[in-house]
Design a protein around this ligand. Structure first.
Ligand SMILES: [Zn+2]
Length: 335
């Protein structure tokens, strides 16, 4: 059975020292260690230690083959987005990352699919890089759940989504710069509490802001099974019904109407949670994702689904059909 893991992150092994090059900011720089790990430094400060599977394409293929996975959709690590930087610098950084992924996909067309990053802080520059990324083989983009704390419902982002629809570029929304980060650093709460809330924030913003209504052919996927959006849909819908004066100000359509129209990945670590999401979304709108190679991901790449009592058809939808439809790709390309 074809398995495509549509949620994985990659970074080039060698990058310029952006902070030195641009002369400001807290850009990410990699300092390689003797044991083949590397320290991600953020403007000179230690951010996180990563392993060789963050950049070594052959090593990655070997690792995911162990879990009967043939293809990875790759995108950058969200901390690389750098939406806070000057536009021209973010363009240069985005192009460097996008060209790295484009080269990787050209080298291993059966094993990798690429999603680009674009400078969301500047609408015109973002669309320009989106158009360029399409010509270099990217089939979509990954964006943050907020853009410098602005919600995705802001009108200035709409032309970017419109361009995605026009170009047939898929959109993956990934949580980052989590709300409440500074006030809840203990216990890894930004990742455990902030991330699911961020994704719900993005989904609510795109629905209530009318983005999904105005762009019915925009193919959007929300990370981590949609975060807390689907598990709290009852509350969200009730809020829409009881306080339309607050909620339905830009779109009068019930949020539940959009369920099953966007995609989510399956990263729940919990088969019962996945079954509930399946009930809402249907098997054609849930994609196999892992968040490889990070420890909070499902590094056994859907083993909990293989071991479940879900039907072969449902599993096949999750493992490849949903992702192929989200990215508008043909199965034959990978078999
Ligand atoms: Zn991720």
């Amino acid at each position: 059975m074809l398995k495509i893991d549509m949620h994985t992150h990659i970074i080039p092994k060698i990058m310029p020292n952006w902070t030195e090059k641009f002369g400001y900011g807290k850009f990410i720089n990699l300092v390689h260690n003797e044991d083949r790990s590397a320290d991600m430094m953020q403007g000179g400060q230690f951010f996180r230690r990563i392993q060789e599977n963050c950049w070594n394409d052959e090593l990655r293929i070997g690792e995911y083959e162990q879990f009967n996975t043939q293809v990875q959709v790759v995108c950058t690590i969200p901390v690389m987005f750098s939406y806070w930087a000057k536009t021209e610098d973010c363009v240069e950084l985005s192009q460097f990352l996008n060209d790295h992924i484009a080269d990787l996909v050209a080298k291993h067309p059966k094993n990798y699919i690429g999603l680009a990053t674009i400078p969301m802080q500047d609408t015109e520059a973002a669309i320009k890089e989106l158009e360029r990324a399409k010509t270099t083989g990217h089939v979509g983009i990954q964006i943050g759940s907020n853009i410098n704390d602005e919600n995705l419902s802001e009108e200035r982002f709409f032309p970017i989504f419109e361009a995605c629809e026009r170009l047939g570029m898929a959109l993956m929304v990934h949580p980052w710069q989590m709300m409440g980060f500074d006030s809840m650093k203990k216990y890894w709460l930004p990742w455990l509490v902030g991330m699911p809330a961020e994704t719900s924030r993005a989904a609510c913003s795109m629905i209530f802001g009318g983005v999904l209504e105005r762009l019915p052919n925009l193919r959007v996927c929300f990370s981590h099974a949609g975060g807390s959006f689907l598990p709290t849909l009852g509350r969200i819908e009730h809020g829409f019904n009881c306080r339309p004066d607050l909620v339905a100000v830009d779109n009068s359509i019930n949020p539940r109407e959009y369920v099953g129209k966007f995609w989510v990945d399956c990263i729940t670590h919990d088969i019962d949670a996945l079954k509930y999401i399946l009930k809402l979304q249907g098997s054609k709108r849930i994609c196999l994702g892992s968040d490889y190679p990070f420890p909070l991901g499902d590094l056994e790449i859907g083993k909990f689904i293989e071991e479940s009592d879900l039907s072969k058809e449902t599993i096949e939808d999750i493992f490849s059909h949903s992702t192929l439809e989200w990215l508008d790709l043909k199965k034959e390309k990978f078999i």
